[in-house]
Design a binder for this molecule. Sequence first.
Ligand SMILES: *[C@@H]1O[C@H](CO)[C@@H](O)[C@H](O)[C@H]1NC(C)=O
Ligand SMILES: *[C@@H]1O[C@H](CO)[C@@H](O)[C@H](O)[C@H]1NC(C)=O
Ligand SMILES: *[C@@H]1O[C@H](CO)[C@@H](O)[C@H](O)[C@H]1NC(C)=O
Length: 350
Amino acid sequence: MFWKNRLNGDMKLFLVFSTLLPLVSSQDMPYEHFLKQLQGCPKECRCPPSFPRVVYCDNRNLKQIPEIPPYTWYLYLQNNQIEALSEQALRNATELRWLNLNHNKITDQGMEEGALKALSSLIHLQMEENLLTTIPSPLPTSLEQLRLSRNKISKIPPGVFSGMDHLALLDLQGNKLGDEAVTEQNLKGLGGLVQVNLAKNNLKTMPLGLPASTIQLYLDSNDIDSIPPEYFKDLPKMAFLRLNFNKLGNGGLPKNIFNISSILDLQLSHNQLTEVPLFPLSLEHLHLDHNKIKSVNGTEICPVPIGTIDESVNECRPRLSYLRLDGNEIKPPISRDLMVCFRLLRAIVI
Ligand SMILES: *[C@@H]1O[C@H](CO)[C@@H](O)[C@H](O)[C@H]1NC(C)=O
Ligand SMILES: *[C@@H]1O[C@H](CO)[C@@H](O)[C@H](O)[C@H]1NC(C)=O
Ligand SMILES: *[C@@H]1O[C@H](CO)[C@@H](O)[C@H](O)[C@H]1NC(C)=O
């Protein structure tokens, strides 16, 4: 379970939150609300009396959303044939915190103007695998997680994220976003973003305008062939960077581009690198498998002068513990200097 160890405090918290189950029992609710809630339960859905704030309407072949009772916090509507998010159906459910509409048939036209905006307590919105071509708007500014993967989104309307300071997670993987869609102008307002996933889109360059709060950036499976100099200067918290399955060669990488003092995990598998890029002391996991690297010189990639390692205190030693180099053109033996420099290396895959 090596992935567990590599998570720092922030990320651990994040995982715990996203797996937290909504356990809100009937005791937290005035009796008359409890009654109203159960009486209002749509016949197509299930509202367990022990958790009256949860309404399950998933996997029922629904074509439209039934009218949702007023004290619902968690609403599950995934895996149906729903084509529209209607204002009418959600008009009483103004306390909604968590809405799952994954795997339906919702189109841009089906997003009724005020339906989302009225949900002023909404924290999680999941609309993965629908038919959207643009980010729905307006969005409630209370949102902390927005998951829109596997739609057909090619546009981010300017201003759509304005005032969305609480949004920590934005998942847009598996869409049709090109470079012109991900700009400073379009991302404006995301002051609290921590995790952004833009994997499996049509990006040729690095996305612009990400906020300084970004810790985790996933860009796997795009067509990115270079990184502009100073790109990470305005991303001082960047710790998890994934660029697997792109077109990066050493020609497209400024020499010290990954000298990012906060970085913990760097993944550059399945690119066209011919040399190991330089990286800082802080890096713990490096994925460079399936590139075109012919040799590794431990002296050259050591983040500190290799002769000083023996005398240095632990905090000044490189923290690399996992290195993948398989699928390259490297012939054994492994450079002895690699071991001299990286004392914490627990696994090296060649
Ligand atoms: C929604 O509110 C209206 C107006 O207050 C009410 O007539 C209706 O019964 C409510 N629906 C549900 C499902 O509670
Ligand atoms: C990497 O960045 C640090 C400061 O963040 C700097 O002191 C160091 O010289 C840089 N290393 C290289 C090789 O540029
Ligand atoms: C590794 O790099 C250092 C410094 O550039 C050089 O002196 C040394 O000969 C290289 N080692 C090998 C095995 O090529």
